[in-house]
Every structure is written in structure tokens, then in C-alpha cells.
Design a binder for this molecule. Structure first.
Ligand SMILES: *[C@@H]1O[C@H](CO)[C@@H](O)[C@H](O)[C@H]1NC(C)=O
Ligand SMILES: *[C@@H]1O[C@H](CO)[C@@H](O)[C@H](O)[C@H]1NC(C)=O
Ligand SMILES: *[C@@H]1O[C@H](CO)[C@@H](O)[C@H](O)[C@H]1NC(C)=O
Ligand SMILES: *[C@@H]1O[C@H](CO)[C@@H](O)[C@H](O)[C@H]1NC(C)=O
Ligand SMILES: *[C@@H]1O[C@H](CO)[C@@H](O)[C@H](O)[C@H]1NC(C)=O
Ligand SMILES: [Fe+2]
Length: 482
């Protein structure tokens, strides 16, 4: 009896999944737990002397090159790199023709210590006033140690500007991490939305800073050529009073600059950028976010800047997921959910990406915003205005997979699988986006799920009329008492 039910149930799920291929994610039915069994690859870090971490040739050659968006709208790029022996130059030469670097920008450098580790010289240089949709070549370093790279600027912020984002989380530096990275580089993504937990250097004795350096060299193959939009995870905190290290996020903040000033944020840990047709909000799960804190006040102001007539796609990044049905880190996002879910639903956020849990999961459009301790519905319910919550903490770090899901699968969970991989979000126009999750299938890259997202603002005229541009009177009312 039970077995028969399970079979019928699987057939039903297959039907649901094929429906989901061509229509909305809004069908509220029970979800699908993939039965795909991963043959566990060893989840140990790549040895430091491996070719994957090769140090570029030449005296004091720039290494760990990475770029990120440098302003609010995509006309600036922040170039960062490390020199190990001496500071050297912080200048970037660049231009739109190869071998003709007619522009230059001067950056700055910084360094830090962590317990008995001393960092190299970490350079940050802003290239601003760039043209949209252009390929730029850039060059850093001196003499025989010069290194050359390129990047492509995004289209101008526009309601129908197509753009493809990759989503990667909890990457680390194992051979699984490398697979994820290599698969991502083949999937056509133009910018990475990184949902936290970068190097896992904190897993080493004394939080060995050289594992931050090796990670920077590992990911350079992608980060030197396209922006990675950074958000911080728990492995970036590195709070070690026993080592005399009491300044949280020390290595991350020195190494991974973000354009937080452009969105009037007081901290690099939370900020927003607009890119093509997307407004991307980056939150910090491990910084204060309750009412009246700097992050809460900033988010309230930033949400008022969102203009779906310019950027129809509203995307939020954070590390700890608000909805997750894995036994790992269950409910760790609950306090942030209590703080922000109401805003996400009222503003019709399209999708919330998180990491932290080392598995893949996608939710239905659900919300749980009606309970208030004494009464109200205390259960996530189907809600057409709610975001889809996607957990992509499956980059492949040394901690291995989180393979124990809650059983039975909660109704809010649409699809879940404990495998490594990454996601791709292709924004097509104001109404449609194609979303894929690509699994690392024992070394191969296998598209494992496809969903078409209809834009939360533009896909339904009726709903759009109810969400008038910049109508945040209800949000404003929340500030009345501080
Ligand atoms: C930074 O580098 C300078 C020059 O090498 C050195 O004197 C200083 O101690 C370093 N500072 C830190 C915090 O490591
Ligand atoms: C840091 O200290 C530990 C323990 O004293 C030692 O084993 C290690 O070699 C030191 N590392 C550096 C970079 O000095
Ligand atoms: C709590 O929720 C119930 C049911 O939705 C509602 O009647 C009540 O007014 C709410 N109480 C407060 C203090 O918001
Ligand atoms: C938006 O993109 C979808 C998917 O490519 C397409 O079917 C639809 O016709 C496009 N809409 C417009 C207005 O171009
Ligand atoms: C603003 O939004 C609220 C709640 O969604 C709605 O009741 C109100 O009519 C809207 N006001 C305008 C001017 O659109
Ligand atoms: Fe994490």
C-alpha cells in the first residue's frame, strides 16, 4: 500500500516537474526529493603545492586577481590583486583595444596580520566611467611580471536588458570546488552572485591565511575576467579571541572589497547593485539586522530605491537560508525571516538565493508572515507575492554534503538534492527568466532542473496595478517610532 502510494507519488512528481518546466513555480503541491545518490568524492582540500594553486611567474607578480562591480549601475569595475614580496604598483592600465592601454587608474593597497600570518599587499583599484557593453583589456604588475586580463561591461540598466548570472555558494578549495568552478565557467554566466563561505581557511589551525591566498589563486581563472558579487558567510567571521583576533571578517574585508558606498551602505557586508535588468540586494546574515540596526535601516532605504520599471528583477542574496528543509542549519535563518520576510512579500521579490546548507533546495512561492506569537497562521502558505527561496550551498567545500533532509519533505519545499553544483539565472526580458541548477555528476556537468520564472511585478497586470511604483507607505509606517 505504502509502496504503491510512493510510486504514484513519484509519477505525480514527474508530472509536476514537467509542468513546472513550462509554467510557473506557483503550483503548491508536495515537493520532490531527488533519489540521485552521489558517490562521495573525497572532500579534502587540494594540497597547497598543487598546480591548481600555481603562483604566477615573475618577481612579485600580481596574483589572486579578482574583479567586482564598482558602482551602483555597472559603469565601474573594482580590480583587486595581491603582491607577495613588496607592495609594487597599485596602478591598472586599461583600454578597449588589446595591447593598447590608453587609460589608467591608480589604486591603493592594504595588508593585515592574523595571529602569526602576515598577508601580502592587497591592491584595490577602481576603474570608473566605463562604457556599457564593451570589452576592456587590463594590465597590472611591472616589467617581466606584468599580467593581462579582460572583462566585459554589462548592458545599461534597462527594463528588458538580458543578462545571465551564475550562483555559487560555500565553494572552498577541494577538487569538488574546482569541478563546480569549471562547470560554471562553461555555462555562459556573465557575473557570479556568490552567497558566502569562500575559502574555508578558518578550518585550518590558526585560520591559516595562506589558504585565503590559495583560494584566491584557485578562483582567479573566473574572478579575473568577470565580476563576482560577494556576500559574507559564517566562515568569513573568523572571530578568534583565543588568538587575539577580535575584529570579525578581518581577512574578508581586507581582501574582498564591495561597492557599498554607492548604495549608501555603512558597511561592505551589506549593499546593493543594479546590473542589466536586475536589482541585487546583498545582506549579511552575521551582522545585526533587527529593527533600528544599521543594516535594517539601510535595507528599508534601499528598498525604496527599487524601481521595477527599470530593474524588473529583484534578487536578494544572503548566506543563511530563510527556508530550508535540511537537518543541517535548520532554522538558522529564522531571525532574519522574522525581520525581513514581510518586506520581501510586499515588494514581490523574485528570488532569494542563500548558501550555508551544503545541498541544493528550491521552495515554492510561500510565506509565513501572519503569525504574531499570540495568534495568526503559523505555517508557510502558498503566496503568489512571495519569493522563491533557493539554497545553493553546494559549491563543494571540505565539510562535505548535508545529505539528511527532513522527512517527510515539508510542503514548502519543491525540489531538493544533496549534490554539488551551481545555478544559472538567465534574465530574458521583463517577464521571463530561465533558471537552471547544474549538478556536478561525478565530474560531469549535468543540467538537473529547469524552471521558468515569471517576473513578480510584470507577469500579471492585476498584481502590478496593486504594487504602484515607489508605493512604500506601508514600509515607511514602520519607521514611525524610532
Ligand atoms: C604592512 O606592510 C608594511 C611594509 O612591509 C609593514 O611594515 C607592516 O608591518 C605591515 N602591516 C601589517 C598590519 O601587516
Ligand atoms: C604560527 O605559529 C605556529 C605555532 O607556534 C607555527 O607552527 C607556525 O609555523 C607559525 N606560522 C608562521 C607563518 O609563523
Ligand atoms: C495577531 O493576529 C491575529 C490574527 O491574524 C489578529 O487578529 C491580531 O490583531 C494580531 N495581533 C496583533 C497584536 O497584531
Ligand atoms: C520574453 O522572453 C520570453 C522567453 O524567451 C518570450 O517567450 C517572450 O515572448 C518575451 N517577451 C517579450 C515581450 O519579448
Ligand atoms: C499602496 O499600497 C497599499 C498596500 O499595498 C495600498 O493599499 C494602497 O492603495 C497603495 N497606494 C497607492 C497610492 O497606490
Ligand atoms: Fe556557512
Amino acid at each position: 500500500m505504502f509502496t504503491i502510494y510512493r510510486i504514484q507519488s513519484s509519477i505525480f512528481h514527474l508530472l509536476v516537474r514537467s509542468l513546472v518546466l513550462t509554467c510557473l513555480v506557483e503550483i503548491a503541491s508536495s515537493g520532490f526529493t531527488s533519489t540521485f545518490i552521489r558517490s562521495q568524492c573525497p572532500s579534502t582540500d587540494i594540497p597547497l603545492d598543487s598546480v591548481e594553486f600555481a603562483i604566477p611567474k615573475g618577481y612579485n607578480a600580481p596574483q589572486q586577481v579578482h574583479i567586482t562591480q564598482g558602482d551602483y549601475d555597472g559603469r565601474a569595475v573594482l580590480v583587486s590583486w595581491v603582491t607577495m614580496v613588496e607592495p609594487g604598483s597599485s596602478e591598472v592600465l586599461y583600454g578597449t583595444l588589446k595591447d593598447n592601454y590608453d587609460l589608467s587608474a591608480q589604486g591603493t593597497f592594504t595588508n593585515y596580520t592574523f595571529y602569526n600570518y602576515s598577508s601580502g599587499y592587497i591592491h584595490h583599484c577602481l576603474l570608473s566611467g566605463l562604457e556599457y557593453n564593451r570589452k576592456y583589456y587590463y594590465k597590472i604588475g611591472k616589467g617581466s611580471s606584468v599580467r593581462e586580463f579582460w572583462f566585459i561591461t554589462p548592458p545599461e540598466v534597462d527594463i528588458d536588458a538580458p543578462y545571465t548570472f551564475g550562483i555559487i555558494g560555500d565553494l572552498g578549495q577541494t577538487y569538488n570546488s574546482l569541478s563546480t568552478l569549471e562547470h560554471y565557467m562553461k555555462s555562459g554566466g556573465q557575473t557570479v552572485l556568490f552567497v558566502g563561505d569562500l575559502s574555508y581557511a578558518d578550518q585550518y589551525q590558526y585560520n591559516d591565511g595562506s589558504r585565503w591566498d590559495s583560494w584566491g589563486r584557485l578562483v582567479e581563472r573566473s574572478t579575473a575576467y568577470q565580476p563576482w558579487i560577494w556576500s559574507a558567510g559564517n566562515h568569513e567571521i573568523e572571530y578568534r579571541p583565543d588568538l587575539g583576533e577580535v575584529f570579525p571578517f578581518k581577512a574578508f574585508l581586507h581582501r574582498y572589497a564591495t561597492p557599498h558606498v554607492a548604495s549608501k551602505s555603512s558597511s561592505p557586508l551589506w549593499y546593493a547593485v543594479r546590473r542589466a535588468s536586475a536589482h541585487i540586494i546583498v545582506l549579511s546574515s552575521y551582522s545585526p539586522f533587527v529593527k533600528y540596526t544599521p543594516q535594517w535601516l539601510w535595507l528599508l532605504e534601499e528598498l525604496k530605491q527599487v524601481d521595477r520599471e527599470k530593474t524588473p528583477w529583484l534578487i536578494v542574496l544572503m548566506h543563511a537560508p530563510l527556508y530550508n528543509s535540511n537537518e543541517a542549519h535548520y532554522m538558522e535563518g529564522e531571525s532574519m525571516r522574522a525581520a525581513f520576510e514581510g518586506w520581501f512579500v510586499r515588494l514581490k521579490v523574485d528570488v532569494v538565493f542563500a548558501g550555508h546548507v551544503h545541498a541544493y533546495e528550491r521552495s515554492y512561492r510561500i510565506s509565513n508572515i501572519n503569525y504574531n506569537i499570540t495568534s495568526g497562521t503559523r505555517y508557510p502558505l502558498p503566496d503568489k507575492s512571495a519569493p522563491v527561496y533557493i539554497t545553493v550551498g553546494d559549491g563543494g567545500n571540505q565539510e562535505g554534503l548535508a545529505s539528511r533532509f527532513l522527512d517527510p519533505q515539508p510542503e514548502y519545499s519543491a525540489f531538493r538534492e544533496a549534490s554539488y553544483g551551481h545555478s544559472i539565472l538567465e534574465l530574458k526580458n521583463r517577464t521571463h527568466a530561465f533558471y537552471h541548477w547544474i549538478r556536478n555528476d561525478d565530474g560531469k556537468s549535468v543540467p538537473a532542473e529547469h524552471v521558468v520564472f515569471r517576473n513578480q511585478y510584470w507577469a500579471s497586470n492585476g498584481r502590478r496595478r496593486r504594487l504602484r511604483k515607489n508605493n512604500l507607505s506601508h514600509l515607511m509606517s514602520q519607521t514611525a517610532s524610532y
